[in-house]
Design a protein around this ligand. Structure first.
Ligand code: ZN
Length: 277
């Protein structure tokens, strides 16, 4: 009998717990007590107070990914389109200059546009892996342009935190090394100019691990010029990186080697990430 009574009580408890039939059980008194205790119709039973949970705090929205424009210099179709790339465009200094140029090449014929495109893709992949949204100024290495004024306007249009133009220089063969170029006009005001200087320093400090600073231009891997339209027209921190002198044998060897380009891309990405911190 004791077994049967306990079983009946358990059955009623289960029913009450599931919100089932609240009719009193006909069996043991203990079962009836359990049933009435769980009924909301009895004012004599004070339910156990449970602490009121604190109001839910909504999770903050994820911070938007920083946007960086990578501008691989020149383009693969430029040499075959002299009319288009020779058209005058605003230079950001009150005058005009050519839409774009063909760029240089190593003595062995490895062209600058192919170098800049490859390094830009490698740098993009590294930055994307670190949560950066990358916008390239051109979609491939076979087109014409875009013109330098269009490239310079791009970072402002996409809300970029930084603009990094990637180039290889074509100087006298005796000179070697990289240099990072800033606009000497500080066209977007002192705050952006300070950002540009910080970006240039971050890239210089990163690149120096794999390429010596230029021996033939600038100072300590930095140079300041007023004739580069994209830098003059950018409304965000903006630099050009001349990753080496393609006419110099040592630089050309590094720039023609995929491993050398990967090393340069890793330092460019490290510099950009340092700047974004
Ligand atoms: Zn160039």
């Amino acid at each position: 009998m004791r077994r049967a009574g306990a079983g009946a009580a358990l059955a009623v408890l289960l029913l009450a717990g599931c919100g089932g039939d609240p009719a009193p059980a006909p069996a043991a008194p203990s079962a009836a007590t359990s049933s009435s205790a769980s009924s909301s119709s009895s004012p004599a039973v004070v339910p156990v107070e449970t602490p009121t949970p604190p109001p839910a705090v909504p999770a903050p929205p994820p911070a938007p990914a920083p946007v960086v424009v990578l501008d691989p210099g020149h383009n693969g179709g430029n040499a075959a389109a002299p009319g288009a790339i020779g058209a005058p465009v605003p230079d950001g200094a009150g005058g005009t200059k050519a839409c774009n140029t063909t760029g240089t090449a190593t003595d062995a014929g490895y062209p600058e546009h192919a170098f800049t495109w490859d390094v830009a893709l490698r740098t993009r992949d590294l930055l994307v892996a670190h949560g950066v949204e990358v916008v390239l100024s051109r979609p491939d290495d076979t087109g014409v342009g875009p013109c330098v004024d269009v490239r310079g306007a791009l970072p402002g249009q996409v809300g970029a935190a930084a603009f990094v133009g990637i180039h290889g220089d074509g100087a006298a063969a005796g000179g070697s090394g990289f240099h990072v170029i800033t606009s000497s006009l500080d066209p977007a005001g002192p705050e952006v100019a300070a950002g540009t200087d910080a970006l240039a320093a971050a890239l210089r400090d990163a690149l120096v691990a794999v390429v010596p600073p230029a021996t033939y231009v600038g100072s300590g891997g930095l140079d300041d010029r007023g004739d580069l339209a994209a830098l003059n027209l950018a409304t965000t921190p903006a630099v050009y990186v001349e990753c080496g002198n393609m006419r110099n044998a040592g630089d050309a060897a590094r720039m023609s080697d995929p491993a050398g380009r990967q090393a340069i891309a890793e330092r460019l990405a490290a510099g950009v990430l340092s700047f974004l911190e």
